[in-house]
Design a protein around this ligand. Structure first.
Ligand SMILES: Cc1ncc(COP(=O)(O)O)c(C=O)c1O
Length: 446
């Protein structure tokens, strides 16, 4: 019997009276048929106000790599809360967490803490500008770097506005943005090293930083093609550009050294968010000593009342300690579980003649449903390719069928495995998905 969502619907209607739009982050409106209200979560499961139980692959938009309410973290948080939540001052925990990060990630020699990755990105841009004396940032179409004016330039333009292939537009999806900010950005397409080399040439001496998601998780799940990371590294070194890896999602999900260790890259600055705080409002700007010189010298401001508060530090310390204790098991175990899930979903798609192909390493992956007439044999390569080939309305329909059977994927098509998911969870997910795929096949019409 498919789930219903009456209690969530009631609350969402009431919310309109006091919360503009009814949610506190715009993306939550993507959840259909209604943004859900949850009561509690444990491990891989989460329960809503209608008493529906979900096997959760949204997992706090990736932040809860450790599953919902892991016992050890709950204990660490309670112990710290009893001692103090916020001091706006120093404590031993910040030494411990910064030292752990330096030990775990080879490129990291210095760390500053923030409350979210959006802030850490803003700090990275300021630092890069201060260090190089230049004003422009190069970023890639389809890569997300937080919701502020600077982070969203060129993120997801519509096809009628995205400009020529060799010069993507630097539009912003929001109104109310400082227009001059857009002029400070050069936007390039992802996964085309030849294009990047040509795109950067006229601006090379003006570019302070290149920022990128090493594995793009905000548009499909795009692993870098051969030569992409080498091109970024080479251009940064050649032109004195600060290389910023935005590992908000990939950091720690891809292993203790982040995606940068897996890909063999050596960024000047790295953004860590989500899993570094395990669901608490916590992020880190980390990197090489030279890149932090402007802050160390005191001429470049980085601040925040709640930065490095002991409650978030206690959570982060638990998370990092836990990851270190897993050794080689992480990320191998979640990668293998994810691969099993991808294979099972592919089988179901085949059985019901749904043109769905999972793409990604396993620990995270995206389920693309190809538009009719589009080829399914080559992976999605970049943002334009994604928009042209992925059938977003059809995925939204299948995603709703999955939700109604208690399988919660991310609204935009991504799936995150957590360290709390087990082989039994994967089997149960596939059992529940059988009904969802059948219902989708029987009821979907373009
Ligand atoms: C790659 C990336 N960078 C930055 C951010 C912004 O993180 P936050 O929402 O914690 O500010 C996100 C959020 O999803 C992200 O995926």
């Amino acid at each position: 019997m498919a789930y219903t969502f009456e209690e969530s619907r009631k609350r969402f209607a009431i919310a309109q009276k006091t919360i503009p739009g009814g949610v506190n982050s715009g993306i939550r409106l993507m959840e259909k048929p209604v943004p859900l209200y949850f009561t509690h979560g444990k491990g891989s499961r989460i329960w809503d106000v209608d008493d529906n139980e979900y096997i959760d692959y949204q997992i706090g938009q990736g932040a809860i790599l450790y599953g919902h309410a892991p016992d050890g973290m709950v204990e660490a948080l309670c112990q710290q809360a009893a001692k103090g939540i916020h001091w706006a001052a120093q404590c031993d925990l910040e030494l411990e967490v910064s030292q752990r990060l330096c030990r775990m990630v080879p490129s990291v020699k210095k760390v500053r803490f923030n409350n979210c990755a959006t802030e850490a990105v803003a700090a990275a841009f300021r630092l890069a500008r201060s260090y190089t004396g230049r004003s422009k940032i190069l970023k890639f179409e389809g890569h997300y770097h937080g919701w502020l004016d600077e982070g969203l330039v060129g993120f997801a333009p519509s096809p009628d506005e995205w400009g020529p292939d060799d010069a993507p537009t630097n539009l912003h999806p929001s109104r109310g943005v400082i227009q001059e900010v857009l002029d400070r950005f050069v936007v390039a397409r992802w996964n085309d090293p030849g294009h990047l080399r040509v795109r950067i040439e006229p601006f090379a001496g003006q570019i302070a930083a290149i920022i990128f998601e090493p594995v793009v998780c905000n548009t499909s799940c795009l692993e870098p093609v051969k030569g992409m990371m080498q091109a970024i590294t080479e251009l940064c070194r050649k032109h004195g550009i600060i290389m910023i890896a935005d590992e908000t999602i990939t950091g720690f999900r891809f292993g203790t050294g982040g995606a940068q260790s897996a890909l063999g890259i050596d960024p000047d600055l790295t953004i860590f968010g989500k899993a570094v705080g395990g669901g608490t409002p916590f992020a880190a700007l980390a990197g090489k000593s030279h890149a932090f010189e402007p802050i160390a010298q005191g001429n470049t401001i980085h601040a925040g009342t709640l930065n490095a508060n002991p409650l978030c530090l206690a959570a982060s310390n638990w998370c990092l300690q836990y990851l270190e204790s897993l050794g080689d098991k992480h990320p191998n175990e979640i990668n293998n579980l994810g691969k099993t899930l991808m294979a099972g979903l592919s089988d179901l798609a085949h059985q019901w003649d749904i043109p769905l192909v999972p793409q990604g390493p396993g620990l995270t992956f995206h389920t693309t449903i190809f538009k009719s007439g589009q080829r399914e044999t080559t992976p999605i390569r970049d943002y334009r390719d994604y928009i042209q080939r992925h059938d977003a309305p059809r995925w939204a329909h299948l995603r709703r069928c999955l939700l109604e059977e208690g399988v919660r994927a991310i609204e935009r098509g991504l799936w995150f495995l957590s360290l709390a998911h087990t082989a039994d969870d994967i089997q149960e997910t596939l059992d529940r998905s059988k009904t969802a795929f059948r219902r989708h096949a029987e009821t979907w019409s373009a």
